[in-house]
Design a binder for this molecule. Structure first.
Ligand code: 13P
Ligand code: ZN
Length: 281
């Protein structure tokens, strides 16, 4: 295991970089919650050139990896991503083997590996979904930086027993905990089951990202986006909490619940606009 590497230009590319630390901490935390079994889950984090340049030599790419889906919109952009087949449990112990810092080439047809992904590792197999989601979120949110995919247990369970209509799914989550509507008034998108790692699931996810920060993958997990690691993780945490409550209730009789009127009052009090077409007043 290496903690820092001095390359020929004298740059230190090591775990002291704040973005590497943040990726190590968040992956460890998600693994400890039981959401990221085996190599489940992946994270990508859009970085500013200046922050990368402080720690990593930008002029000596280690290698180039071709993409199966061109992303011209992201040309010249920098990302730190989790590696494919890598276990979240191990990231914190050896970031350089399990994470990679990438730069998208000018053509948008490949990425240069600037740091990490040791021993010819490759970026997450969900890179299409990540990159396509970054493109759509950047169009609607200039502060957007993170795409996080995880196999949050209770969200997966809920996709077996709840209708997959996204407005109904959103409402069920809003009804489970009072804070939910305040945290995600824009709701959650839901796509059909699609083979993971494919450009098709990438396109379907990104299409929803035009409208939503969150997309549920039935019987698989969740894709969540945000401007900071805290905000992005907090969003999954909140949705997973609602799903836990939903699953705990199960088919038991509900004696009282948050009414649509109360949800509307809550939205007014917290100055958020609930996604249209859900509350019946
Ligand atoms: P990767 O190990 O390629 O990131 O895949 C994990 C996963 O969760 C696929 O959906
Ligand atoms: Zn997955």
């Amino acid at each position: 295991m290496s903690t820092s590497v001095m390359n020929s230009k004298g740059y230190i590319a090591g775990i002291e970089a704040p973005f590497i630390q943040q990726m190590s901490e968040i992956t460890h935390h998600m693994w400890s919650l039981g959401w990221d079994e085996l190599n489940g889950g992946n994270v990508s984090y859009l970085l500013e050139e200046e922050e990368v340049a402080k720690y990593i030599n930008l002029r000596e790419p280690l290698r180039t990896i071709n993409l199966t889906f061109p992303v011209t919109e992201l040309a010249g952009k920098y990302f730190i991503v989790t590696g494919s087949g890598k276990y979240f449990r191990n990231v914190i112990k050896d970031p350089e083997a399990n994470l990679g810092v990438l730069r998208v080439t000018d053509s948008g047809e490949s990425v240069e590996v600037l740091w990490g992904l040791r021993n010819d590792a490759v970026p997450t197999s969900e890179l299409a979904s990540h990159f396509m989601s970054h493109i759509e979120r950047l169009k609607v949110d200039p502060n957007h930086r993170i795409v996080l995919h995880t196999h949050a247990t209770n969200i997966i369970a809920m996709t077996f027993t709840h209708d997959l209509d996204e407005l109904k799914f959103t409402k069920a989550l809003w009804e489970m905990c009072t804070e939910c509507l305040v945290v995600f008034p824009d709701g959650v998108g839901v796509i059909p089951w699609i083979v993971p790692g494919s450009s098709e699931i990438g396109r379907a996810t990104a299409d929803k990202m035009k409208e939503y920060r969150v997309v549920i993958w039935p019987q698989h997990g969740i894709f969540v986006t945000g401007g900071t690691m805290d905000a992005t993780f907090g969003l999954v945490e909140t949705i997973e909490k609602a799903a836990i409550v939903y699953n705990l209730i199960g088919s038991r009789e509900i004696k009282q619940k948050i009414t649509d009127r109360q949800l509307a009052d809550l939205a007014a009090a917290f100055h958020v606009t609930p996604k249209a077409g859900i509350l019946e007043l």
